[in-house]
Design a protein around this ligand. Structure first.
Ligand code: NAD
Ligand code: TYD
Length: 351
């Protein structure tokens, strides 16, 4: 094999698309998926590629230094693409400590393992940290986040990701560890866990349940199709400059209410319901504590330097996403069984 790459969080939403892209595009790379399989980790996401000869799965917790050292000793990776994280803002509000442990302590555990494994033979090595635009805080009506925007995280989730970004840069500056970072806007697409706005709404519309919109639905997010994020990660991993950060975004801003209205129209069409049926399910609920108003990414650096750009229009991507959920009822059923019901009851009560 030409290279061995550890991908952490490969059983999650974005990680599974990154694993699939690398396993299929680079048959000469050994891809080692390291995942603890929390509620968000699901090996079903990889059922189509898990028998490929260049794919391996290691169940491990990134906060467990001995377990992670054993994985690094066994596989001696040339690169690490680090996606494992606690990723849902609402859960970070009800249980911040989990986020501190996984997102901060887990990242340092991986940095230490990479340092120890690579020692001073750093040629050709790369630690790629996958992060979020939420580290930059919240925008007003104008402006965009660039790579130079000052960090201003405002939720326990974004604060834990910001902290991990700082630590990755600190290991680069202090120890010379070769790193790249990227900060991406909101992703959507197949395999998205239905605690997040789009898949939760698809699931509720399908089951004729209320669609909970926080506050007045005026918050704005910049949505990117998950495969476009995976392609950006591939580009940055191979061609990004050592020590650099790249912002990734869709240039695709939507208020939550406009997005959900569009989704309702698509679902009415796909489910052969009369136009306007699903919109009746929209229910305004109590706002999220500290709810960031607007995120919007300026991805000029990535586009100019490395030639990446988003490939899909939002309407097209959203339709593909709905089609995937309607064609994969079993996946959805398995995911919403068990713990999901308790989470939903706690978060939304009887809505
Ligand atoms: P996800 O919640 O769907 O998946 C996270 C994965 O990490 C799961 O497979 C889970 O089992 C694994 N994991 C969690 N804790 C672990 C631990 N202690 N040890 C090992 N594995 C563990 O997350 P996602 O939405 O796919 O996000 C992936 C990464 O991308 C995260 O770092 C997130 O911050 C970042 N990101 C996400 C978005 C988005 O819109 N979802 C946007 C920008 C950046
Ligand atoms: P989410 O998918 O949780 O992503 P993030 O908080 O990381 O941006 O939420 C996207 C937007 O949708 C955000 O403004 C919060 C809002 N939202 C709702 O209005 N209702 C919901 O049930 C959820 C989960 C989110």
């Amino acid at each position: 094999m030409e290279k061995t790459i550890i991908i952490t969080g490969g059983a999650g939403f974005i990680g599974s698309h990154v694993v699939r892209l690398f396993v299929t595009k680079y048959p000469n790379y050994k891809i080692v998926n390291v995942d603890k399989l929390t509620y968000a980790g699901n090996l079903e996401n990889l059922a189509d590629i898990d028998r490929q000869p260049n794919y391996l799965f290691e169940k491990a917790d990134i906060t467990d230094a001995a377990g992670i050292k054993a994985v690094f000793d066994k596989h001696c990776p040339d690169g690490v693409i680090h996606l494992a994280a606690e990723s849902h803002v609402d859960r970070s509000i009800s249980n911040p400590m989990e986020f501190i442990m996984t997102n901060i302590v887990g990242t340092v555990t991986l940095l230490n393992a990479a340092r120890a494994c690579w020692d001073n033979a750093l040629e050709g090595k790369r630690f790629y940290h996958v992060s979020t635009d939420e580290v930059y805080g919240s925008l007003g009506a104008e402006g965009f986040f660039t790579e130079k925007t000052a960090y201003d995280p405002r939720s326990p989730y974004s604060a834990s990701k910001a902290s991990s970004d700082h630590l990755v840069r600190a290991y680069h500056h202090t120890f010379g560890l070769p790193v790249t970072l990227s900060n991406c806007s909101n992703n959507y697409g197949p395999n998205h866990f239905p605690e997040k706005l789009i898949p939760l709404s698809i699931n509720n519309i399908k089951n004729n349940k209320p669609i909970p919109i926080y506050g007045k639905g005026e918050n704005v997010r910049d949505w990117l199709y998950v495969l476009d994020h995976a392609r950006a990660i591939d580009t940055i991993f191979h061609h990004g400059r050592n020590g650099e950060t790249y912002n990734i975004g869709g240039n695709n801003e939507w208020t939550n209410i406009d997005l959900i209205r569009l989704l309702c129209r698509i679902m009415d069409k796909k489910l052969h319901r009369e136009n306007g049926t699903s919109e009746k399910l929209i229910t305004f609920v109590k706002d999220r504590a500290g709810h960031d108003l607007r995120y919007a990414i300026d991805s000029t650096k990535l586009q100019r330097e490395l030639g990446w750009k988003p490939s899909l229009q939002f309407e097209e991507g959203l339709e593909k996403t709905v089609d995937w959920y309607l064609a994969n009822e079993k996946w959805l059923e398995n995911v919403v069984n068990g713990g999901y019901q308790q989470y939903y009851q706690k978060q939304y009560g009887n809505n």
